[in-house]
Write a protein that binds this ligand. Structure first.
Ligand code: TXA
Ligand code: MG
Length: 322
């Protein structure tokens, strides 16, 4: 697949064109409140195969099905009272639920991990994503719109940097407000399990569930390939929890004390602002590093800070495991 990638405006004409491309089995990247997704028809095996090809994504890594609302989600998976409570609290929004897939979902088999009988579902909040889902009228498979293993895109330009010529179009809806991916929670076991920290804080989920959330990392089993050590990686090497930069380093700051930083995630120490800036900052520093290492200031590990630290740890992990 090699063709010109269209940049579509997120107006009714652009949305309608994007929905037509999806209906014909093509690929359209679109903004969500977390990151840009690379969309294809989740009921079309050829379209889903094209997503894997465009991203060079390993075949064992399943995709999230995006739907417009809870009624559409209930047609794809079985909802228990926990799922109902979490969907009511956080949808539309940055929470993905892994649930038992329904036999009559009509999702293409690649959407569900072999043998597991589960599907990951998300209802995005972004108005452009909502408009596209409504115009298309079915579930949209959408991983983050980046080449596999690289930093996720938070703007249409980022999408084109990685996937231009490999996808049909990108709906340009500007910068993504949350800036890192959704929280993934598995509800297929009696205790809810966090597979990936993300845009909805684990503490907020525990509050709705009325009890602690187990860590997916405890099992020793790879249940979400977002758990692979090296992921979301810039090209430059990285050093975390850096109180100050060493010789040969370029510093990514956080908070008011990092005046010597090349780029600061949030000068006031605001974690939401830091999350929104994270991926663009990693791209910028990567471009400026020129052989230097990226040193990152310490980030508090609560709220969305847990997800920021998760992405930074993966970005800093040895690169031979992707
Ligand atoms: O914010 C997001 O979640 C973005 C936007 C576009 O919605 N999407 C996203 O997708 O981050 P992706 O494919 O980059 O990450 C989805 C993760 C993968 O690590 C995948 O392994 C996991 O979800 N996943 C998908 N289906 C699963 C399932 N049935 N069971 C366990 N993990 C699953
Ligand atoms: Mg991804």
């Amino acid at each position: 697949m090699c063709r010109k990638t269209l940049r579509l405006s997120p107006d009714p004409k652009g949305i309608s064109r994007a929905a037509d491309i999806l209906r014909s089995g093509g690929l359209v990247a679109f903004p969500t409140e977390t990151v840009y997704g690379l969309g294809g028809d989740a009921r079309n095996a050829a379209a889903v195969a094209r997503i894997y090809e465009a991203k060079r994504r390993p075949p064992h890594n399943p995709l999230i099905a995006h739907v417009a609302g809870i009624n559409a989600a209930r047609r794809l998976a079985q909802f228990d009272p926990r799922a109902e409570a979490l969907a009511t609290a956080f949808w539309p929004g940055a929470l993905t639920l892994v649930l038992p897939v329904r036999a009559d979902s009509r999702l293409t088999p690649a959407m569900t991990p072999e043998g597991a009988g589960t599907v990951a579902l998300r209802v995005p909040k972004h108005p452009v994503a909502q408009a596209l889902l409504t115009a298309f009228g079915g579930p949209i498979a959408a991983p983050s719109a980046n080449p596999s293993g690289r930093v996720s895109p938070t703007s249409a330009d980022h999408v084109l940097e990685g996937l231009s010529g490999r996808i049909d179009a990108v709906l340009d809806g500007g910068d993504c407000p949350v800036g890192l991916e959704s929280t993934i929670l598995s509800l297929v076991t009696p205790q809810a399990r966090l597979l990936r920290p993300g845009g909805i804080a684990t503490e907020a989920i525990a509050e709705v569930l009325g009890g602690p959330v187990a860590s997916g990392k405890d099992t020793g089993v790879l249940t979400a390939p977002g758990q692979l050590a090296s992921h979301y990686a810039p090209h430059a090497p990285m050093r975390l929890n850096a109180e100050f930069p060493l010789d040969g380093e370029i510093w990514l700051g956080f908070g008011p004390d990092c005046t010597a930083a090349e780029v600061t995630l949030s000068a006031t120490g605001d974690l939401d602002e830091a999350a929104a800036n994270l991926f663009a900052a990693l791209r910028l520093l990567d471009a400026r590093a020129k052989g230097r290492r990226i040193a990152v200031a310490p980030i508090p590990d609560y709220g969305i800070g847990e997800a920021i630290n998760d992405r930074l740890c993966r970005a800093a992990a040895p690169r031979d495991s992707t």
